[in-house]
Design a protein around this ligand. Structure first.
Ligand code: ACO
Length: 342
């Protein structure tokens, strides 16, 4: 059995906020942001747009690609949505805390009436986790065939816009892939070949939203009137990310018995171009092997890898047989990587 990504989609809000616009509101500069992160702009969702809205748009784009590409029998979006068996939605910025899941909202609006739906919390590694969970769900039940894996974020809603150490980093967006189970074994087989998933909960406080959960619920008369927002130990995350990204690339290559020359493209989580450059330098990997679009979108957490995959796919850079490696790291702390034969 093989788990193949048959289509991709993305949704990015049209409002683009360049570094210079941010520099009018807080004490920062285009030069500082670019030199420390590689970010030039971010896209910010309008006030009425929630996580499920971007996720739905990305999911529809993926289903439309599958129909237009003619690789499936179904001819309409409605027909195809009915064949989806599961929706896995990775996010740090769900529409609601706990319930209902954002995946359920997408399931309803998409008309995926035969699908189960669940949210996944693994911060920026969420898409990597989601793909492996999808492969597992397809493997254990003969009747399951198609799964939507979505990463969707409206990080602008959990950003403290007065904190220049974090607000310059994040953007909004969603990416989705439609995966399908097919027959396929042996050397040269397509699909998800291997995944590494890891976590280090001892770093939980390095990236944390303290408010609103059961650890810190609303207490009448005590809770300070301040919205939930992300707090980050930038240096801690930086060190963790470089170490785990480096290790994960090495482990994936070793486990598969290949070298970096066999890999066509590495699609890293777009957190900071310097993290990617440092990891690449340590391993002697040429910079052009990594696909980076952080300059345009900033860090969109769980959405960053599927947005990047869709961008590459629509540019025609993911050809059948291409070997693609994803690498992610983020809150939790979590990390991981997938090796995919396109
Ligand atoms: N503009 C101007 N100056 C700034 C800014 C800013 N936006 N932010 C910080 N500074 C200043 C600091 O105040 C400090 O000044 P000081 O020396 O006078 O005290 C100086 O710049 C250096 O600050 P550092 O925090 O040490 O800067 P650093 O080089 O570590 O870069 C950064 C900070 C970009 C956040 C970096 O640590 C980083 O990228 N860490 C990883 C963050 C990350 O990837 N997070 C997301 C992962 S998880 C997820 O994706 C959800």
């Amino acid at each position: 059995m093989a788990t193949i990504i048959i289509a991709t989609g993305r949704a990015v809000p049209s409002r683009r906020v360049g570094n210079s616009e941010l520099a009018q509101q807080i004490d920062t500069s285009d030069e500082w942001i670019r030199s420390h992160t590689g970010i030039g702009a971010r896209h910010i969702a309008g006030g009425e747009t929630a996580c499920s809205d971007l996720a739905l748009e990305a999911a529809r784009a993926a289903l439309s690609m599958a129909i237009q590409g003619g690789m499936i029998r179904e001819k309409t979006l409605e027909e195809l949505a009915l064949t989806v068996d599961m929706i896995i939605l990775a996010s740090t910025t769900a529409d609601y805390i706990g319930t209902p899941s954002t995946a359920c909202i997408v399931q309803d609006k998409l008309g995926a009436r035969n699908a189960g739906a669940m949210d996944l919390t693994a911060a920026c590694s969420g898409f990597i986790y989601g793909l492996e969970i999808a492969a597992g769900l397809l493997a254990v039940a003969a009747e399951r065939r198609r799964i939507l894996v979505i990463g969707s974020e409206v990080l602008s809603r959990i950003t403290n816009w007065n904190d220049r150490g974090t607000c310059i980093l994040f953007g909004d967006g969603a990416g989705a892939v439609l995966v399908e189970k097919t027959a396929g074994e042996g050397p040269g087989r397509r699909g998800l070949l291997r995944t590494i998933l890891g976590a280090d909960g001892s770093g939980a406080e390095d990236l944390i939203i303290r408010r609103g959960g059961s650890r810190n619920p609303y207490r009448a008369g005590e809770t300070v009137d301040e919205p939930p927002h992300v707090e980050m130990n930038g240096r801690g995350i930086y060190t963790f990310a470089v170490k785990r990204a480096t290790e994960t690339i090495e482990r994936l290559l070793q486990a598969e018995g290949i070298t970096i020359n066999d890999v066509d493209r590495i699609v890293p989580h777009q957190a900071n171009a310097r993290i990617v450059a440092t990891a690449g330098k340590r391993l002697g990997i040429p910079e052009e092997k990594f696909f980076l679009n952080i300059e345009e979108y900033a860090n969109t957490s769980a959405a960053s890898i599927p947005i990047a995959l869709d961008e590459l796919n629509r540019k025609g850079e993911l050809r059948e047989g291409s070997l693609i490696m994803t690498i992610g790291f983020g809150g939790g702390l979590t990390y991981g990587g997938n090796l995919i034969r396109w």
